[in-house]
Design a protein around this ligand. Sequence first.
Ligand code: PMP
Length: 410
Amino acid sequence: MWTPEEIRRDFPILGETVNGRNLVYLDNAATTQMPEPVLEKMCAHYRHDHANVHRGIHTLSERSTEEMEQARCIIQEFIGAEYPEEIIFTSGATDSINLLARSLSFGLLKPGDEILTTEMEHHANLIPWQEVARRCKAKLRIAPITASGDLDYGSFQQMLTAKTRLVAVTGVSNVTGTVNDLSAIIRQAHMHGAWVLVDASQMMRHQVINVKALDCDFLCFSGHKMMGPTGTGVLYGKKALLEQLPPDRFGGGMVDEVRLKRASYGDLPYRLEAGTPNIAGIIGLGAAAWYLSGLGIEEIAKREKLLLTTAEAALRQRASVTILGEPQKRAGCISFNVQDGHCFDVARLLDQLGIAVRSGHHCAQPLLRAFGLDGAVRISPAFYNTTEEIIQTMDALDRCIRVFGKAAKR
Ligand code: PMP
């Protein structure tokens, strides 16, 4: 079994110094770092195989195509999809949701249809639905959260009706770390004949995902939150549903036959992947999924849970710290505010001490507003972090608390 010390050797960036201190990277809910095998895989592609995919009958093009399609199969296995063509490569979760939203707006959503989402969504899983609802004259309904930061399941159930066409819900909140009961949500949505899109952006690293067992209709995530490169992501969809989706973008790579005034489109997955894909990135994403599988998602979950509960316990001991929410189950991150200190100032002070945390509204303004806030500090440990780093962060936080306390008294 691996130790964090061993694993850290895989991540060259963790050896960086920031403001003269060893970097403590606790912003993994925003972007995770890439291990050597991912970096090497992408470098090797650029050094030895780089060429466009699917188009050329020459060796490098064939090698590139093979590597990219292998990545598709790795991702298929990683999320337990039935077919590789159920994996549509995108530039990230935002792109995946926009693809689905735009595509549904091409005739699949009718006036009066309802889209149900929640108050805890990242803007990426909210604004596309606002736009689509407006364009299609559909109704957007928002299930509220409770004071503890959990989904209000009673209201959610009440808002599900025969008119609900789609439920768009996050698996884990990127602010409170609330873990949603996806199985219950999906079961109930299906009872009303609605499709379910799961935003799995905050789940991929530490939750075993099996889309078949989950029975979600669509699922999306970004590569850069699971040890892969930025500019990569996936939209998974059940094959029969993806086949119904009209392409949302048009051009090379997605066609069957093109005439001057009309065109017919190819098969999945290519019909939803117009243009040259992010080939090296996708290959890197495949390597990242491979790497995570090698470490074991369950083991990763165990390590990250320990780090998160250590952080939560330490935050609770500090009287001037207010934690956002007390969800039944928390994973990945925890957000808080410090009395007398603005979240930006806390993050800036921590950065001076070499500690990287995120602060602000975390692209979830409605959720922050539900807590009566416009910002918070977020800590999101990954399996390469150590308990010592959490302790160091708490010591640094104490310094912030002292500084802000003194300033408030002046
Ligand atoms: N959904 C959630 C829950 C997220 O945390 C994020 C990223 N913070 C996104 C969607 C959007 O991801 P990206 O910016 O990589 O498209």
